[in-house]
Design a protein around this ligand. Sequence first.
Ligand SMILES: [Zn+2]
Length: 225
Amino acid sequence: MSSPQVDQSAALPGTALLQGLTDVIRFLHARGWTPATSSNFSCRVSEDAPGFAVSVSGLDKGELTATDFMAVDYAGHVLLPEQAHLRPSAETLLHSVVYRLYPQARVVLHCHSVNGTVLSKLYEATNGLWLENFEILKGFEGVKTHETRLWLPVFPNAQEMDILARQVEAELRNHHPVYGFMLAGHGLYTWGESLAQAKRHVETFEFLFEAILKLRLYGYPDYTG
Ligand SMILES: [Zn+2]
């Protein structure tokens, strides 16, 4: 078993995974899904590490580098003394929920797209929406057919992250598989076992958000709300 010192250094910025994560974030930013310093991102650098690396709050996500991450434990506490002056994202506890519920998850991506924000408001009253009969559903890991029915939970937005984290955890335990969740009027959380898988899940969700919004605009029966 690794010593805590080794574990902590593994969570320091500068690893290949963090470098790759910043590339993914720039892609998401270029698509317009991380506007105005919003959004946050994390990765579990190693299975032996005591927590995960999460983006520092308040930075322009188009300019994020591997040094703009900090190591935190699953309670959101800063792990490294030299990073004690940094402030983790306020939503770090929601990343913790994902890592605790899904041991395979290595990367959590949280975006604030316009389509996701609008859709989350439309489905806030029903606490979520079913995603089914779209070929793009095969973008989710393990999905083999468009004849798949997946629940996307939508939670009321809140600033009390500890309460919200408990709500999210309780709901996610009831649904399997779940590939993401939304906060109403706020944004999407999704994750993956790798950078590529997590990025693919964001793209899949964003495709679905735009498609469903257009179907609603055209009055398609399944999405008339
Ligand atoms: Zn957010």
